[in-house]
Ligand binder design. Structure first.
Ligand SMILES: [Zn+2]
Length: 92
């Protein structure tokens, strides 16, 4: 009897933790503006500021000037609006 109660309590705690984990993750994806990809991290850390770029960082795309997507050095990256970026690549 007591064992069953403890078992039930553990299951409830596990469910609460899982729900909390899912909620936290969803919150992070929806609301934080922190980039996860390397080139976006570099651009965010070194190029982006709210005075130059009026929109949140996630509204922009990060372009590789030399077209080499492995070259993530600051001077190779450019922050653009998606439509500016499309124009640059020639697809409109
Ligand atoms: Zn590009």
């Amino acid at each position: 009897m007591e064992g069953e109660l403890i078992g039930a309590a553990i299951i409830i705690i596990a469910i609460v933790l899982i729900v909390k984990y899912i909620k936290d993750n969803r919150y992070n994806q929806t609301y934080t503006d922190k980039p996860r990809l390397t080139h976006r991290k570099v651009a965010y850390e070194f190029l982006y500021d709210r005075w130059t770029y009026s929109l949140p960082f996630k509204k922009y795309v990060v372009h590789h000037k030399d077209k080499n997507k492995l070259n993530n050095s600051v001077d190779n990256l450019q922050i653009l609006l998606p439509k500016e970026h499309s124009k640059l690549h020639g697809y409109s």
